[in-house]
Write a protein that binds this ligand. Sequence first.
Ligand code: EPU
Length: 367
Amino acid sequence: MRVSCRLYVEVTDPEDLLTLDFNALPQPLFVMGGGSNLLFTGDFPGTVLRMANQGRSVMPGSTGHLVVRVAAGVVFDDFCAWAAAEGLWGPENLSLIPGEVGASAVQNIGAYGVEAKDIIDTVHAFDRQERRFVDIPSADCGYGYRTSLFKTDWKGRYIIIAVTFRLSTVPQPKLDYGGVRKAIERRIEGMGSETYATLGLLEGGAHLWEGRRSQSDRRVSDPIPSIPDENLTPQFIRDTIIGIREQKLPDPKEIGSAGSFFCNPVIDREHFERIVSIAKAENGPDYEVPHYDVGEKVKVPAAWMIDQCGFKGMRLGGAQVYPKQPLVIVNATGAATPEEIVALERRVIGTIREKYGIELHPEVEHV
Ligand code: EPU
C-alpha cells in the first residue's frame, strides 16, 4: 500500500541547509536515508527530508590506511563496491546492505561480524540547533548494536551530510562470523583449480599480495587447500557475502521488506538456560540452541525463536514472515497494509514473550 507525506525535500547541496527555513516546512520533520529500514504506518503529516548529495574524496591516512569522505546520499553498497574494487579493506562484510551512507552512521548497520562504527572515522553533520556544520568523531556518537546517539538523545538535531571512513590498505579479513569462512571455502572448492589459479591464489599469485607471502610452489593440479587468510581479496569476500545474502534475504527489487525486522535480544545466562531447557524438551536432549556470548550475557538469534514458534512463512493479509529468513517480514503481495505488518509483528512479539519470556524489539523504525 502506498503512503504519502505532506512535503518531500531532497537536498543535493549541503550548503542549502544553511539557508533552508526549517520553520516554514510542514512539521514534524523526518530525515530519511534510503528508507530501507523504515515502516511508515500511515500518511506522514510533515516533511520528509532526504540528503541526496553524491561524491567521495580520498585522502591519505595513517600508515596502512586511507580515509575517504563519502556523501550521505551515496548508496552504501556502491561505496562497498568501490572499496572492494580498489582493494581496500573494511566494508566488504557489509556488502549488499540496502540504504545510504548517511543512514549507515545513524543505524550503525552491521553484518557478518562487522559494524559501520568499526570503519567510521568522523560523521559530518549539519547541527540544526546551532545552524552550522560540525564534525563528530566516531567515538562520540554513542555507537552500540544498531544504535547511536543520532537515534536517541540527538534525534532530530543533526542532519548527516557525509561520513569519513577509515579503510585499510593491508589485508584484514574478518571471517569468523557464522558461515563466512565455510562459504569462502565452499566457493573456492566449487571453482576448480583453474579459476583458483586465475585468482592469483596459486603459484605466482603471491606477487598480488605485495610480498606478504613467499612464492608458492603449488601446481594447478594439486588439491585445493583451505585458503590462507592473507591471500583473500576484499572483492572475493564481498562476492561471497553477496552470495550468502542473496540466498536467504529477499531482493528489495523484487519483494518489499525492511531487512531484519527485529533486533537479536541479549539476555542473562540464567534466562538462556531456561530457553535451552525449553528447546531440549521440544527438540531432544542433544539439541543445541544457537547463540553468541556477549561478555557475561548471551545473544539469542530472534530468527531462531521465530522459527521455533512456527512462524516461518506465516501470512497475515499481504504481510509474511519470510520463509528463508524469518527475521524478515515481507510485503509478499506488494499490497500489504501497514496494519497487517504491525499485526504480524505483534503476533510474533506476543508469542515469543509467552514462550520464552523475551520481549523482542523491532529494528525497523516505525514512522
Ligand atoms: N536461524 C534459525 N532458523 C532460520 C534462520 C536462522 O534457527 O530460519 C538461526 C540460525 O541458527 C542462525 C541464526 O538464527 O545461525 C542467526 O541467523 P543469521 O546469522 O542469518 O542472522 P541474524 O544473526 O539473526 C544478523 C543481522 C542481519 C545480518 C546477519 C548476518 C540483526 C537484527 N540482523 O541476523 O542484519 O545480515 O546477522 O550478519 O542483527 C539487517 O539488519 O537488516 C540484517 C539483515
